[in-house]
Design a protein around this ligand. Structure first.
Ligand code: FAD
Length: 442
């Protein structure tokens, strides 16, 4: 059953009608509140991408390149997600960090994005695996690429502009629009008020799986204890002269991006997030003052702190298939492979676990949430056990998954088929035509 997309789906959202009387002389009264609840539908796209992190940016570019009218909605006034807002300025996982690393597992549109970063002069001095030589400028990418976060914001804009993606920044995706179990668009909150935007297919690129969870998809995680990955506040030290002994970090001229204080708790709880921001920012300030007091370090200063504390682990949405720890360790091959993750599992039972193969397959089914229609997952919320999540959440594989989710959403929208029933061979063919690496011939 299809619903008129021009209608407000208030009942599906559980939004109650506003009642009340305006007080004399007041300007923001019940009437305007009521009007705000009559959410207008301000647009319709074949594909909406909710979230503009590394995965969402590539997903939007892929959907548009595959012929779908595409809108990307992002809460911040810039793109790049944890790579820019979180200042996590090294893209890990273009290939295995150790032998066997001959296969570059992330290519296609993510590699084009890196080429744009190279063109902008946005590559930083950082190489955690210096033995291997790669020619980044020609698309031969090492395990890890350090980058300038400001260049990454520009490279993301340039990529999406080139592909004709429509952008809506400064906008929170507050809820999915629903027709029963089918996502039919999103509700966004911004300075323009509460607006609905319809879509044939929505891609959840929020990292936290906000859209999927609010649409009723079941989810796992985060891990209760053990390998659970904490939050960290990244920062930039300025005034770092070349002669200065550096204790690690990603160098950008006289600035060095560094890993700052960590924090735990529920990263979806706003009170915990508030506490974590305050605690880590105060701690960081004190740490930097201590550094400044060291001999020869008087020129050092706190040049920049991440827009928000970096969140590593929240929901993993349950999909039609959940990639298991054994799949990742053994390198299980799936007939419906749409991306490959070769990144190590960085805190597997407390240690960095390197794969003895060139990368494990991510099957299309792990991008399709259970119970909800019209929605495709991407980035760190795809359906994985906690071990493979640690690997695939890294930004290079997250971009490869974005490439797959964007192509899948475009095909589903154009062929008018639910993502669950998509012709996976057609998807693989499209990905190979866009130079993705699937260990298959085009
Ligand atoms: C401290 C830390 C260190 C890390 N180290 C590395 C590393 O060295 N290398 C590496 O490759 N990876 C690293 N990671 C992991 C990596 O950064 C993330 O897993 C990755 O960015 C996930 O990509 P994503 O696109 O799925 O999500 P994100 O990067 O989180 O992007 C999600 C985007 O959606 C937006 N968004 C979220 N909710 C909404 C909403 N409701 N409405 C509108 N917009 C929304 C966000 O603002 C953001 O732009 C690290 C992570 C952390 C936190």
């Amino acid at each position: 059953m299809s619903m008129d997309r021009r209608e407000f789906l208030g009942s599906a959202l559980g939004v109650a009608a506003a009642t009340g009387t305006a007080h004399a002389g007041s300007r923001t009264d019940a009437k305007s509140y009521s009007e705000r609840l009559q959410t207008p539908v301000v647009g319709h796209y074949q594909v909406i991408v909710a979230g503009g992190g590394p995965s969402g940016v590539i997903a939007a570019a892929a959907a548009a390149r595959s012929g779908a009218s595409t809108l990307l909605i992002e809460r911040y006034p810039f793109l790049g997600g944890n790579g820019t807002a979180g200042l996590m300025t090294c893209y890990n996982g273009f290939r295995n960090q150790r032998p066997p690393e001959a296969l570059q597992t992330v290519k296609g549109i993510p590699a084009e994005y890196i080429a744009e970063l190279v063109r902008l002069g946005g590559i930083a001095e950082y190489d955690p695996y210096p033995k291997a030589k790669h020619d980044v400028a020609s698309g031969d990418l090492p395990y890890c690429i350090g980058f300038d976060p400001e260049a990454a914001k520009i490279a993301s804009f340039n990529l999406l502009k080139k592909e004709g993606v429509t952008l809506r920044l400064h906008s929170w995706v507050a809820a999915p629009m629903l027709d029963g179990a089918r996502v039919t668009g999103v509700i966004a909150e911004s300075k323009s008020g509460r607006q609905a935007i319809a879509a044939d297919i929505v891609i959840d690129a929020t990292g936290d799986g906000d859209v999927a969870a609010r649409a009723g998809a079941p989810f796992m995680g985060p891990a209760d204890k053990g390998d659970r990955m904490n939050m960290s506040l990244m920062y930039v030290l300025g005034g770092m002269t070349p002669s200065m002994q550096d204790t690690g970090g990603i160098r950008l001229g006289d600035r060095v991006v560094k890993w700052g204080p960590g924090s735990g708790g529920d990263c979806l709880d706003v009170e915990n997030l508030t506490r974590a921001e305050v605690d880590t920012r105060l701690e960081l300030w004190d740490q930097v003052q201590t550094v400044r007091q060291q001999p020869g370090k008087g020129s050092v200063y706190l040049a920049q702190v991440a827009t928000g504390i970096g969140v590593r682990e929240t929901r993993r949405i349950e999909g039609e298939y959940t990639v298991t720890e054994q799949d990742a360790i053994q390198g299980t091959r799936f007939a419906d492979v749409v991306a490959i993750s070769s990144n190590p599992m960085p805190s597997y039972h407390g240690q960095r676990f390197f794969f003895e193969h060139e990368g494990f397959d991510i099957p299309y089914r792990s991008l399709v949430p259970k119970k909800v229609e019209g929605l495709v997952l991407t980035g760190r919320c795809i359906s994985c056990a906690q071990g493979p999540f640690q690997s695939a959440r890294s930004m290079a594989p997250a971009m490869a998954v974005g490439h797959a989710s964007g192509c899948a959403a475009a095909l589903a929208a154009k062929d008018n088929v639910p993502p669950r029933q998509l012709d996976v061979q057609a998807l693989q063919k499209l990905l190979l035509a866009q130079n993705a690496e699937l260990r298959r011939k085009a």
